[in-house]
Design a protein around this ligand. Sequence first.
Ligand code: AMP
Ligand code: ZN
Length: 114
Amino acid sequence: MNDCIFCKIVEGDIPSKKIYEDDKVLAFQDIKPEAPVHVLIIPKAHIESVNNINEENSEIIGHIFLVINKLAKTLEIEKDGYRVVNNCGVNGGQTVPHLHFHLFGGKSFNWPPL
Ligand code: AMP
Ligand code: ZN
């Protein structure tokens, strides 16, 4: 029994606003956007976090960034710039234990973030 909400989004059991999909990756709008553009990019396969990246599954990370590169163009945030965020574990602020990258755009962000 898989209770992962992002796996359920992949399966279509929980609705989402899909932005992009291929055989390995899904991108959809964050339900609580923190910026004019706030998209989540996830592997379709369940990987809990960066802690679970290994030799066998690490190719997906390059693929995800290729998708982010394309999304930046289609969402027209490429020129102004954008922020890609991954939260890992409790101290990282990860609330959904299925690897995901936030793509934020349409506004300017500070650095350092806190
Ligand atoms: P994180 O804190 O990095 O684990 O981010 C989890 C993100 O998932 C948050 O920005 C939530 O708003 C988002 N989220 C949670 N449930 C859903 C959902 N059903 N559809 C879209 N986004 C969601
Ligand atoms: Zn999952």
